[in-house]
Design a protein around this ligand. Structure first.
Ligand code: ATP
Ligand code: MG
Length: 357
């Protein structure tokens, strides 16, 4: 019987609450399935660790994670630590050395949940957003000169490599091909940014010639926000740069009902290193400690983790349990307009898992 090693990094704020909930649900999955075990090790990295040690995680943190089969991540960021320190010090310091270059964000309207878009239901919105996760606008290149002086200049250089763009493009075409509609939209801003974005356009065209069965089109990112809002049914698989997909996927999550529902997988597709699974939301200190964080995004991330581990039956069972719970409005947390607590939702998902035949 496989015994998967899972590294859990709850992080900050509601990250701690939703990962605790997610680990309960995963334990229930393993118990219900009986075909696999999970050995979970917790890592208390994040802003508290930073305040004690001056860094978000130990310098060899990503090395410590390499032996694991998967990483389950909560959220990072605290009101009293600068955001760029927390993001670079933890999330990006894991994603980059573990070469998790494909960030995958499914977006659907789950049963019982309403889109803020009038008349839009589950049949109209079923997307997967693929975010380039290793370079682009978040390559960290640039600098500041003449700090504090009137002539101060800061540069933020986006880096796009042929190899980096080509691998994410192939990943996106493969994913589009695996879905019933075989439809891919490539998002850039190649009218205004005439180097890196034009490279994206060129590579999209080149890679597309290997996928004659996939219908694809190009969108500028500004027009894409309009299309997502006014014509969601025209989209299926979407690929975009690190920055653009970051923004579009928050919009997507909101259009599907709540940022609290949406999951992410940071994949190392060649499986040399572990992949990382997390809800897309942040640490949300405004609701931390109140016991009302929506854990569904974290549970859905666990579904993606089980799929990645090859436990397809357990993944499907967990997704069914999640959908049974979202169908019941009395089990909605306040972000969905309800009054349920994190704990009630967690218990309901565990109960639905045990009741599922
Ligand atoms: P970050 O800076 O990492 O984006 P954040 O603290 O700004 O983190 P977001 O995740 O961006 O938080 O969320 C914005 C707001 O949405 C939160 O302040 C919170 O009110 C709400 N929210 C986010 N996640 C959840 C959740 N799981 N359950 C309920 N409400 C949530
Ligand atoms: Mg935010």
């Amino acid at each position: 019987m496989p015994n998967y090693r899972i590294a859990a990094i709850p992080g900050d704020g509601i990250g701690k609450e939703v990962i605790a909930a997610g680990l309960r649900v995963l334990a229930a999955c393993a118990a219900r399935d009986g075909g696999f075990d999970l050995a979970v090790e917790q890592f208390g990295w994040g802003s508290d660790y930073y305040k004690a040690h001056g860094e978000m995680m130990p310098a060899n943190g990503s090395e410590l994670l390499k032996p694991f089969d998967a990483i389950y991540f909560g959220a990072v960021g605290a009101p009293d630590v600068p955001d760029h320190l927390t993001l670079w010090g933890l999330r990006l310091s894991i994603c980059q050395p573990l070469d998790q270059y494909a960030n995958v964000r499914p977006t659907r309207i789950l049963p019982g949940i309403a889109s803020p878009l009038r008349g839009v239901t589950a049949k109209d919105l079923d997307w997967v957003i693929v975010r380039e996760n290793s370079e682009g606008e978040y390559a960290g290149q640039g600098g500041r000169s003449h700090r504090g002086l009137p002539e101060e200049v800061a540069t933020e250089v986006a880096i796009f490599t042929r190899a980096g763009v080509e691998r994410i493009m192939r990943f996106a075409f493969d994913l589009a091909r695996s879905r019933p509609r075989k439809l891919l939209t490539v998002v850039t801003k190649s009218n205004a940014q005439r180097h890196g974005m034009v490279l994206w356009d060129d590579i999209a065209r080149e890679v597309a010639s290997d996928y004659p069965d996939v219908a694809w089109d190009k969108m500028l990112v500004d027009a894409m926000t309009v299309r997502m809002t006014l014509n969601p049914a025209s989209l299926d698989t979407i690929v975009a740069t690190n920055l653009h997909a970051d923004i579009l996927s928050d919009l997507a999550a909101a259009l599907a009902g709540s940022i609290g529902i949406a999951p992410t997988a940071n994949l190392n597709p060649d499986r040399r290193f572990p992949s990382m699974f997390e809800p897309i939301h942040g640490s949300a200190f405004d609701i931390t400690g109140k016991g009302i964080a929506n854990p569904i995004g974290t549970f859905w991330s666990a579904v993606m983790m089980l799929e990645h581990l090859g436990e397809a039956a357990a993944a499907q069972r967990l997704m069914r349990a999640i959908e049974r719970v979202t169908s019941d409005a009395s089990l909605h947390t306040p972000d969905l307009g309800g009054t349920a607590t994190t704990n009630q939702v967690t218990e309901a998902v565990c109960a639905a898992l045990l009741g599922d035949n």
